[in-house]
Each structure stands twice: as structure tokens, then as C-alpha cells.
Design a protein around this ligand. Structure first.
Ligand code: PLP
Length: 390
């Protein structure tokens, strides 16, 4: 037996590696504080679970769903986009598809639009799947480095003309994983304009649209006039409603983008279990106050973590969104060295920033999905170990 050559290009998934290390240390009886993966620790909201219970009893959820999702689900998406962002007039037949979580759709869009050797513009640091999906499709990732000087927004003026001419997809993601950065509607409009000019499919990953703090509300790229000509937006119910295990999301926007994605998907998967789609429809009617209760938990943890790190000398501004603090490593350490130091001296599990691309060197990512007491304990352990920022 032999692996296909394509696997040589695909690194092991970042969190598979971290998990292996974590299991090793747990087996040694080490008391770990897990601040690695952005997986909500709170249960799925109970009305969603209730709908699921009922839907399970209904035999018409038991047969094959359609790859694109039920019309009821797609209509609920259209209504939610209108209510949440003021994006009106989306056509549930041609401008929406369900996805088995956004990771699946991010992977499959590349198979629809990327040919051997095509360039894909990818934020670096960034969610690893943009890069691997490009590689699976035979394309070439071209990194757009995100730096603190640019508030972790892509500087599109640095992209050489020949690269922009050749690129087929631009990936962007705001609120941003891993940096916690946000983009204004004007920032998104610049990206739309760039993609219109060069005929590039703009793919906006909006996994954290609802995980925002201090009253900040994240815009949709589809609010930009003309965006539907060029843009797709990838949404996920995972983080917003504590539904990571359920595997449901949706993609909205450009007709040709949805058509290509659906053509791939209908040949690969048979959609999302209809009972889960029904539960997701309930999720869309979650009230503002219930959502606020979820984000209040993360906001409190963010404040604990940021103030704790500041007390240890860290220069930090609290992120306005996402489940992450993107934390500089002290000078004289690499990302990997500092992540190892935290693990070995404090039992704190964090991914090194370079796990998100070369541009993540010099940072680690700390998640807000650990309970308050553990975040406080993490800071105490760092203090005891004499770890400070210098
Ligand atoms: C978590 C995450 C996803 C994947 O979400 P699923 O819908 O659970 O597949 C996609 N993009 C980013 C940036 C994420 O952090």
C-alpha cells in the first residue's frame, strides 16, 4: 500500500497533533489547563435540543436530505440574514446552501473553483483549512501576511499585479481566528472592490459573526453593495449556539459560487440530517438576550485573561470578538518554545502561532473556552513560574 502523493503536501491537522501531546501528558497524571481548541464548553441552548428531540420522532426526518438543505432551512437562513444584517432579497433556491459545518464547505469550494496550479490568496496567520483545501485541489496558496501594524487586516496593495491577475479565490475571516481582529464595513468594501477588479471569488469565513463583545456587531460582507456579484459568505452555527458537534452551517451569496459548491457537494455528501436542520431553524430564533448570555461568559473570561496577562507585563488590547486572545511571546522565545514552556512548566496547553502559518510566528493563541477558575489558575501558574513579558 502507498499513500497518494497529495498527502505528502498535507500536514497533520494542527489539533490532532496537540491532542496527541495532551493525551500523553494526561496519561502521566499532569493536571492540564486546556486553552488550545476553540470548542465552546457550554451546552447547546435547550430550545435547540428540544426541537431535536421532537424532530427525531418524526419519520420524515429519517430519509436522505438534499445536499443543499431543505427549503425550510434555506428560507430560515434568508430570513436570518435579513433580520441580522439587513441583507435582503437573497434567493433561497440559488443563493444559499447548507453545509456540514463550514469546514466542509471551505474544503469543497476549492474543488469547484481551483485547478492545478491556480493561486489562492490566504491570510497568514489563518485558519489552516484554507491552505489545505487549496493543496487538495492542486492549487497554490499565496500568503497575505496579517500584522499588528495593519490591525491584522490584509494589505491588498502589497499583492503583486501578476499574483492578483492569476488569483482565483481570496480568503478573509473577520472576526478573525486566530488574531481576534475585526473588520469594518469599509474594510470589507475594499476587499469586494479588489475582487471585482481582478475577478476573484471573495470567500468570507464568518464563523464568529455572533461572538462579539463590548456592544460590537460584526457586519456581513453581503452588506457591501455589489458584493453578491463576487462574494460568498461561510456561516457556522458551531460557535454561536454551542453546536460544534452538530455539524451544520450554510453558505450564502454569489449564484455561481453556490452552484459550483453544490455541484461538488451533491456528488460527495447527501446533506445534513433533517432533524439537525430543524434544530438549526430553532437556533436562528434565539433571542438577543440569550445570545448575550453566551457572549457575556466569554467576555468575562477575556477580561480575566487580558488583565492577568497585563499584570505580568504583557502589552494587550482586549479583542472585540472571537474565542481567542492572540498573545505575543516574550522576546528571545519562538512560538514553539514558548508554547512548550507553558506546557512543561505550567501544564497550559496552547497552540503556537506558527501553527496558523509563518505569519503567526511570535505569538501563541489562548482560548476563552476554559472556565473562569482555570483561566485564573493559568495566570497564577505563570506568575509562580516567573513567566513575564519582556
Ligand atoms: C471553527 C471554525 C470554522 C469551522 O466551523 P465548523 O462550522 O464547526 O466547521 C471555520 N472557520 C473558522 C475560522 C473557525 O474558527
Amino acid at each position: 500500500m502507498q499513500f497518494a502523493k497529495r498527502l505528502d503536501k498535507i500536514p497533520p491537522y494542527l489539533f490532532t497533533e496537540i491532542d496527541r501531546k495532551r493525551q500523553e501528558l494526561l496519561a502521566q497524571g499532569i493536571d492540564l489547563i486546556d486553552m488550545a481548541i476553540g470548542d465552546p464548553d457550554q451546552p447547546t441552548l435547550s430550545p435547540i435540543v428540544q426541537t431535536m428531540h421532537q424532530a427525531l420522532d418524526s419519520p420524515d426526518t429519517h430519509n436522505y436530505p438534499r445536499s443543499r438543505g431543505t427549503l425550510a432551512y434555506r428560507q430560515a437562513v434568508v430570513d436570518w440574514m435579513a433580520h441580522r444584517f439587513g441583507v435582503i432579497g437573497l434567493d433561497p433556491q440559488t443563493q444559499v446552501t447548507s453545509s456540514i459545518g463550514s469546514k466542509e464547505a471551505i474544503h469543497h469550494i476549492a474543488l469547484a473553483f481551483i485547478q492545478e496550479g491556480d493561486l489562492v490568496l490566504i491570510p497568514d496567520p489563518g485558519y489552516p483549512v484554507y491552505r489545505t483545501s487549496t493543496l487538495f485541489a492542486g492549487g497554490e496558496p499565496y500568503p497575505i501576511f496579517l500584522t499588528p501594524d495593519q490591525q491584522f487586516l490584509p494589505d491588498l496593495t502589497t499583492i503583486p499585479e501578476s499574483v492578483a491577475q492569476a488569483a482565483k479565490i481570496l480568503w478573509v475571516n473577520y472576526p478573525n481566528n486566530p488574531t481576534g481582529a475585526v473588520a469594518s464595513l469599509d474594510d470589507l468594501a475594499e476587499m469586494v472592490e479588489f475582487c471585482q477588479h481582478y475577478d476573484i471569488l471573495l470567500c468570507h469565513d464568518h464563523a464568529y459573526s455572533e461572538i462579539t463583545y463590548d456592544g460590537y456587531r460584526a457586519p456581513s460582507v453581503l452588506q457591501v453593495p455589489g458584493a453578491k456579484d463576487i462574494a460568498l459568505e461561510f456561516h457556522s452555527l458551531s460557535k454561536s449556539y454551542n453546536m460544534t458537534g452538530w455539524r451544520i452551517g450554510f453558505v450564502v451569496g454569489n449564484v455561481m459560487g453556490i452552484q459550483g459548491l453544490s455541484q461538488v457537494k451533491s456528488n460527495v455528501d447527501s446533506g445534513v440530517f433533517k432533524a439537525i436542520q430543524q434544530a438549526a431553524i430553532t437556533a436562528f430564533s434565539t433571542s438577543e438576550s440569550e445570545l448575550a448570555a453566551i457572549t457575556a461568559i466569554y467576555q468575562r473570561r477575556r477580561d480575566l485573561l487580558v488583565s492577568g496577562l497585563q499584570a505580568l507585563g504583557w502589552p494587550m488590547t482586549p479583542p472585540k470578538a472571537t474565542l481567542y486572545c492572540w498573545v505575543r511571546v516574550p522576546r528571545l522565545y519562538t512560538s514553539t518554545e514558548f508554547a512548550s514552556l507553558l506546557l512543561e512548566t505550567c501544564g497550559i496547553v496552547v497552540p503556537p502561532g506558527n501553527g496558523y502559518g509563518k505569519g503567526g510566528e511570535g505569538f501563541i493563541r489562548m482560548t476563552l473556552t476554559a472556565p473562569d477558575a482555570q483561566i485564573q489558575e493559568a495566570i497564577c501558574r505563570m506568575k509562580r513560574a516567573g513567566i513575564v513579558y519582556r
